[in-house]
Design a protein around this ligand. Structure first.
Ligand code: ZN
Length: 527
């Protein structure tokens, strides 16, 4: 097996995972196949949907098709010659308390049926359980993981090392660290059903990132039970390379129609807001009046189309460097997703470290959520750790941002600079010019062409948190430097008064004079 990374954005990556049955491009959605009740055949998924991989449950297969399957192999049984991943029955432990198979039997069974990606029989932590029990699930899963080396008989199957711990993040960290020491090629995070059912996506952020920060970064990460397509971009942005979902079939059984931003009950549908072959060829009345089995099938087909299209959109966003923008759009589809995005603030330093330095495209900033973004965090970090003032800098000149970038080439900047120079007279030789600019804070003019300081657009008027952030950066900058004077070119739009207050406060503390020059320039004036 090999995993080659071809593109990145945030913690998301486009990768090529090579298995014995072929190559899978990640991030990949593996539709869950239950051979006993399957609305869409795996063959159809491969031929019509171009699915490269799917997942099925080794425990269920063993129960229903034991002898037959071992002889035929899972690819023949499912009539699918792409990549097959098998889950081990861990979920059945969670649902029914125990399974009637030993860890060794489940390992051998997955080898016998010739699966491509196999999972050890883990003990899922679940939800709402004591820490003591959670600890037992982590330790027992680790023991079974350690035993794999002695039990396995084949070396062409990729083994998955599941991370447990549930809502106990210290246990997730421990589980990930210990699992990462073992020679697994893929890791997986078991996401307890309530996290998904109750939309606890903020908890999911904590769980995924805790696992991610403690696992070897080069190994792919699978998220079990990802579910609804509206959270796929969150999972990918947090570094999940593979995820499975049965939502296309489960929702269809419940007469629910998936969209990339939510779910609509079939009886509430007046229009079909999708142009997949099902929706293009039917109207809601046609679907509502179909016999039940047919209705489930067409709903499942539509639901699968929506799920797979969302994965393609996410991949395109990674290539364009716009995964954050995509994530922000999806996060505004449900308050729980927005809460999850805000939770990412806790991990912004880690996100910054792992995210690419440059991108093909400029950045769009819509709100104060920008402060979580790697580029904004990175600018602040570099300014405090790596930036040193030019030697002659004695008078700090603060100019407002302009819509045209780079700032120093705009007419407003030039106009403001002229006003400042007239005021300062002979001191112009010792001035140092900075632009106070959302969302970055402050930008020394000599750096204003460095990516992405000129390659971005921000929505104005600015929101209060964004203005507060810029004002704080201005204040901290004055306090941490030793200028003998500050000149502020200021107007009252876009939080200009807060910038003025911040400058006054800092100059009083430093006991240096502040000169305020009023300007008419506006950042939302196009010219
Ligand atoms: Zn459709």
């Amino acid at each position: 097996m090999s995993f080659e990374i071809l593109g990145r954005d945030l913690l998301g990556r486009i990768g090529r995972l090579t298995t014995k049955s072929g190559v899978v491009e990640t991030p990949v959605l593996l539709p869950v196949i239950n051979p006993a009740i399957q609305p869409i055949s795996p063959k159809k998924m491969q031929e019509e949907f171009k699915c490269q991989a799917l997942i099925t449950n080794a425990y269920i297969l063993r129960k229903h098709f034991e002898d037959d399957l071992a002889r035929k192999g899972v690819h023949n049984l499912l009539d699918f010659n792409g990549v097959i991943m098998t889950d081990s029955g861990g979920y059945q432990i969670l649902a029914y308390g125990k399974v009637d198979a030993t860890p060794k039997a489940i390992v051998h069974y997955q080898e016998d049926i010739n699966t491509d990606i196999a999972t050890i029989l883990d003990v899922p932590t679940g939800w709402g359980i004591s820490k003591k029990y959670a600890e037992q699930t982590v330790n027992e899963t680790l023991n079974r993981a350690k035993n794999l080396a002695e039990i396995r008989r084949r070396d062409d199957i990729i083994w998955v090392g599941p991370v447990q711990g549930g809502q106990y993040l210290d246990l997730v960290a421990y589980s990930a660290k210990e699992m990462g020491k073992l020679p697994f090629e893929i890791h997986a995070l078991g996401s307890p059903t309530p996290v998904m059912e109750q939309y606890l996506f903020d908890t999911l952020v904590d769980m995924i990132l805790t696992a991610k920060m403690n696992l070897p970064p080069e190994r792919p990460l699978h998220l079990f039970g990802a579910g609804h397509p509206f959270m796929f971009s969150l999972a990918v942005a947090l570094g999940c390379d593979l995820f499975d979902s049965a939502a296309y079939a489960i929702y269809a059984r419940e007469n629910r129609y998936l969209t990339e931003y939510g779910t609509i009950r079939l009886d509430e549908l007046e229009y079909l807001p999708c142009s997949c072959p099902i929706c293009a060829g039917n109207n809601p009345k046609d679907i509502k009046t179909m016999p039940e089995a047919k209705r489930q099938e067409v709903l499942a087909l539509h639901n699968l189309h929506v799920s797979l299209s969302e994965v393609k959109r996410i991949k395109q966003a990674i290539i364009e460097g716009r995964l954050w923008e995509h994530l922000e759009v999806r996060a505004h589809g449900h308050p729980s997703l927005l809460k999850a995005l805000k939770t990412m603030a806790k991990y912004k330093e880690y996100l910054e470290k792992q995210s690419p330095l440059t991108k093909k495209s400029g950045l769009f900033f819509f709100s104060s959520l920008a402060q979580i973004r790697p580029e904004v965090v990175r600018h602040k970090k570099r300014l405090s750790e790596r930036y040193s003032l030019p030697k002659e800098a004695k008078v700090l000149v603060l100019l407002p941002q302009t819509r045209m970038k780079p700032f120093h080439k705009s007419w407003e900047y030039q106009k403001n600079l002229k006003t400042v120079e007239q005021k300062l007279g002979s001191e112009v030789d010792i001035t140092h010019i900075l632009v106070y600019a959302a969302p970055f804070g402050i930008i020394p003019t000599e750096l204003d062409e460095v990516y992405p300081l000129s390659q971005h657009e921000i929505a104005t008027p600015l929101d209060a948190e964004t203005v507060d952030y810029v004002a704080k950066q201005v204040e901290n900058y004055i306090l941490s430097t030793d200028y003998r004077k500050v000149v502020l070119c200021q107007h009252d739009e876009n939080g200009g008064r807060k910038i003025l207050t911040a400058c006054r406060k800092a100059c009083q503390k430093k006991k240096i004079p502040l000169i305020v020059l009023k300007t008419e320039a506006k950042i939302n004036t196009a010219k």
